[in-house]
Design a protein around this ligand. Structure first.
Ligand code: ZN
Length: 436
């Protein structure tokens, strides 16, 4: 139970501190102490008024009635609030502010754009068709074709869907999602009386479990091949949108890869024993006799965890991820260090580093100066890469792109516009010219 009010039960104090579970929509909970809470409905909540110290049972409705001195609600009004008018003013204000906020948060009743009056107008909305008075609106779809296609309803549905996208900031590429398309196709082809789309709760409970169980069933045939063909347990770390450190485990086999689990390692030290324990759990889940190898990236801690696994399961190998290994090799080639295991590469590969440094300085100069970028866009139709933190071989990708656009770059730096623009660092612009 997390709902103990922090105010204690002083019979005269008013709510000045904010309790831990302060609910903006129901601020008057702050004036009482919840004693028992069973179920979601709140009807079984037992609460004690912090002002008059009397215990009651019931929902927020009754808390409100008690504190706002509402009669005929079947609950005794608060004797302390009755005595102290300044307290009543304070409570009323908190209540009214919450109500106002609730109203503000409700969706505004903005009318949809009216359907256009002819097929020609579908898609392109013409201003002269706009009639703000819905009563006077001409009946859409009078021609037989329009009637057959139900053009009016079609357009209205379009508008509803568009409104959904804009109001919830849904990404536009959702419109390409085949399941999104299928959902509306299904809705349009089936007359389901009084249908209401699934709510928040249904989506994250019943429907989610149903989908999960169904997918698990679909994956069964792949899992059945594991004891014949064997599988690799693959693990990799990543961060989700909330920057939580996750470790993913997959079972990869001839039939395809099956997602096993994602573990939230927030607050954990991701050392070799932790990773080995995690891998061990997955290995036991799929049956250690089925596992051929575990594949992780090539970081020292993963390699050490691999050794632990090899120690526990003598028939299982640890294999470093090829992609990651190649990426490390490329990194050593592109940015050779003087010391360390790859120290010998310095003499051989230093020229590569110089090329990359030049490319970086050209790229940064253009990207950081808006005028230069405008000139660039005139000469080159491809975007200059803005290398995000792509995990693998980003330098190589950048070099490749620059090679692709090198003619445009050369034309750009010898152009009149490049040399006549002198508002930024002219020396740098000249050095960029040299490098291209
Ligand atoms: Zn009371």
């Amino acid at each position: 139970m997390s709902s103990m009010s922090s105010m204690g039960s002083s019979s005269t104090g008013s709510a000045t501190s904010t309790p831990v579970d302060h609910d903006e929509n129901a601020p008057l909970w702050d004036y009482v102490t919840k004693l028992i809470k069973r179920g979601e409905g709140g009807n079984n909540t037992k609460f004690k008024c912090n002002l008059c110290n009397i215990e009651f049972q019931g929902s927020y409705m009754r808390v409100k009635a008690h504190l706002l001195l509402t009669k005929d609600k079947g609950i005794r009004v608060c004797s302390v609030v009755k005595e102290r008018s300044e307290l009543l003013v304070e409570i009323k204000k908190a209540h009214e502010e919450a109500e106002k906020k609730k109203i503000m948060a409700q969706p505004k009743n903005v009318p949809l754009p009216p359907p256009s009056t002819s097929i020609g107008g579908v898609g392109g909305f013409r201003l002269e068709d706009y009639d703000p008075e819905p009563k006077k609106r001409k009946a859409a779809g009078n021609s037989p074709l329009e009637k057959g296609m139900n053009m009016g309803a079609r357009e209205t549905l379009h508008s509803h869907i568009a409104r959904m996208f804009y109001s919830a900031s849904l990404p536009f590429h959702l419109a390409r999602n085949p399941y999104f398309i299928a959902a509306f196709q299904f809705a349009a082809q089936n007359n389901i009386p009084r249908y209401v789309s699934p709510g928040n709760n249904l989506l994250r409970t019943t429907l989610l479990q149903k989908e999960r169980a169904h997918i698990a069933l679909l994956l069964e045939p792949i899992k059945k091949t594991w004891n014949k063909k064997g599988l690799s347990v693959v693990a990799d770390g990543w961060s989700d949108a909330q920057r939580r450190p996750l470790i993913n485990c997959m079972g990869a086999s001839d039939g395809g890869a099956v997602f096993m689990r994602a573990v939230n390692c927030e607050g954990e030290t991701k050392d070799k024993t932790f990773i080995a324990k995690l891998l061990g759990e997955v290995i036991n889940e799929v049956g250690s006799q089925n596992v051929v190898q575990v594949i992780t990236n090539n970081a020292p801690v993963c390699s050490a965890a691999g050794s632990i696994i090899e120690g526990i399961y003598p028939k299982i190998f640890w294999t470093p991820c090829v992609m990651h290994t190649l990426n490390l090799a490329l990194k050593n080639i592109c940015a050779p260090k003087e010391t360390g295991v790859a120290g010998f590469a310095l003499d051989e590969c230093l020229w590569i580093k110089h090329v990359i440094d030049d490319v970086m300085s050209v790229k940064n100069f253009i990207m950081n100066h808006s005028m230069r970028l405008a000139i660039f866009n005139e000469f080159v139709s491809l975007k200059l890469l803005s290398i995000a933190d792509t995990r693998f071989a980003s330098s190589i990708i950048m070099l490749k792109r620059l090679k692709l656009i090198s003619r445009g770059l050369q034309a750009m730096v010898i152009s009149e516009r490049w040399s006549s623009y002198r508002e930024d660092d002219v020396g740098k612009a000249a050095s960029v010219k040299k490098k291209c």
